[in-house]
Design a protein. Structure first.
Length: 344
């Protein structure tokens, strides 16, 4: 059963409220983990909120439970009938129909949400750099112990202990690709024999590192193979590395962020491939940048960049980095190799 509560937004949300007003929205509906955490922070009792509504007058309404019911609850609690409410992408069609029936008009606000979650103040950047360094600690914990036949659960335990010793706390599962993965709350792993949970010599081992450090998410992923790469795997690795480099080179101040994805696609050509750019504010990943996004890269943005090139019948090569946009371009912060790592 969804319930709703209201409170006043803190001073830190004044800029977001101003953006809402400028865009002609009376409120903003947030349903992604990153968006909800950005508004609510770590306040007790709000961590499980399903929907959050922030109004231009500073009211915050929250609700838990079924998404449709939660959205209805926050719209009613905030009293935005007959208003225009900005919403994140990916809401079920029934939510739009339900809102329309109550007189509320939901309009896409994906760019506004993405820009807000990606743009950081200068005093926030050291926290993201520190979280990226913790992700790099996890990378070292993986690479120092890999061997054929290793139980994937042992690998997860090594990463968990190393990251916690470095100050990382808890973690979050990446909502865009965790299906079928094994691991702890700090690392998800693919590339093991599902029947024995042991690593094989020829299947690419992909792992995603996503520790939290003082509420800020680290973001990195790497791919290794425990043998010399054969032709198809090497081609996938070289393609993914070159396309990822092209993506990062395109993230220049003043250029639309979507040009990064366009550069990736040009470099991969006819190879099946995928890339995602996410905002990392709020202790988790935002929904990916929409293909038609008009968000412009600007210094101070902190982004998670994730790329993938499949290997037919063998999984995929997957890479990811925490990236800070500076005046001179994109700077990787985790420092994990943006290429296929061969261990033999």
């Amino acid at each position: 059963m969804a319930t709703a509560a209201t409170r006043q937004a803190g001073a830190g949300l004044d800029r977001l409220r101003g953006q809402l007003d400028k865009a002609g929205f009376t409120a903003l509906l947030l349903t992604s983990p990153g968006g909800r955490r950005y508004v609510l922070g770590a306040a007790p009792g709000h961590a499980d909120a399903t929907a959050v509504l922030l109004t231009t007058d500073g009211t915050v309404a929250t609700a838990v439970g079924d998404l449709s019911a939660a959205v209805d609850a926050v719209l009613r609690a905030a009293g935005v009938a007959d208003g225009v409410v900005g919403a994140e992408a990916g809401l079920p069609w029934e939510v739009f129909g339900q809102a329309g029936g109550s007189g509320v008009r939901l309009r896409p606000a994906a760019d506004l949400v993405f820009a807000e979650l990606a743009c950081c103040q200068p005093d926030e950047l050291p926290a993201f750099a520190a979280a990226a360094e913790v992700a790099a600690v996890g990378y070292t914990a993986v690479m120092d112990h890999l061997h054929v036949g290793m139980d994937v659960r042992e690998l997860s335990g090594n990463v968990d202990r190393s990251i916690r010793r470095a100050g990382g706390l808890l973690g979050w599962y990446d909502p865009y690709g965790a299906a079928g993965a094994a691991g702890s709350d700090l690392v998800t792993v693919r590339g093991h024999d599902p029947g024995t949970a042991r690593l094989t010599a020829t299947t690419p081992l992909r792992y995603v590192l996503h520790p939290l450090l003082n509420g800020v998410a680290g973001y990195a992923a790497a791919t290794a193979v425990l043998s010399r790469a054969d032709g198809p795997l090497r081609t996938a690795g070289d393609t993914c590395a070159a396309a990822t480099a092209a993506l990062l080179a395109a993230l220049r101040p003043g250029a639309p962020l979507r040009e990064g994805c366009a550069a990736f696609e040009r470099e991969t050509g006819e190879h099946p491939a995928a890339c995602r750019i996410v905002g990392l504010r709020g202790g988790g990943a935002s929904p990916p940048l929409p293909p038609d996004s008009a968000v412009i890269a600007e210094p101070g943005m902190v982004l998670g960049v994730r790329t993938e090139v499949p290997v037919p019948g063998r999984g995929a090569v997957e890479l990811a980095e925490t990236v800070v946009v500076t005046a001179s371009g994109a700077e990787p912060r985790a420092g994990t190799p943006l290429r296929l790592v061969e261990l033999y």
